[in-house]
Design a protein around this ligand. Structure first.
Ligand code: HEM
Length: 158
């Protein structure tokens, strides 16, 4: 396969990774919001929805891995030419923040929420509300960062 075929093939897989990552982030957010509505009505039933969100994390990770691997592949094929351009440098920094946001904020707060949601201790409610606010902040920032990365990748400002 020559470069002229391989580059668009990698870009297709890159965009597939984007669909998987952004798609599961949206679905995760919708399920998370539905969980809180259900939580006020029926606590036991609502836990099924919280459980479902853990399945999205795996697909989200596959999408992120696909984006990174195909991104590195495209960089190698183009001999790192994009690496010298401003849009790519900003994009790369934002991608690192997206990964840290998912690994440090989302993962940690989800574990905290799961730990305290069935807890009956006196500080449980406070911890639950803290994790809930942090997770809503995570979704908002992740959507904004993804939008900025797509915007930069399409317009390629230099
Ligand atoms: C959240 C992560 C990422 C998102 C949402 C994303 C999104 C995109 C999008 C939408 C394009 C298509 C632009 C177009 O053709 O108009 C693109 C192209 C590109 N991406 Fe990414 N990307 C991500 C991560 C990465 C990473 C980690 C790398 C490199 C290590 C990378 C390298 C590239 C390169 C080199 C292109 C240009 C390909 C070309 O025009 O020939 N991307 N990206």
């Amino acid at each position: 396969m020559n470069t002229q075929t391989l580059l668009p093939a990698l870009l297709t897989l890159h965009l597939t990774g984007l669909i998987l990552m952004a798609g599961t982030t949206v679905i995760d957010y919708v399920t998370f919001s539905t969980f809180w509505k259900q939580f006020q009505v029926n606590q036991t039933k609502s836990l099924v929805l919280l459980e479902a969100t853990s399945k999205f994390a795996r697909i989200n990770g596959i999408g992120a891995a696909l984006l990174i691997l195909t991104g590195i592949g495209m960089m190698a094929l183009t001999h790192g030419i994009f690496g010298e351009q401003l849009w790519f440098r900003i994009k790369f920094a934002l991608v690192i923040i997206i990964i840290l946001n998912a690994l440090l904020v989302s993962r940690r707060q989800s574990l905290k929420l799961r730990k305290h949601i069935t807890d009956t201790g006196s500080t449980a409610l406070e911890e639950i509300n803290k994790a809930k606010a942090n997770l809503y902040r995570f979704y908002f920032s992740q959507f904004l960062l993804l939008f900025l990365v797509i915007f930069l990748s399409v317009f390629k400002f230099n």
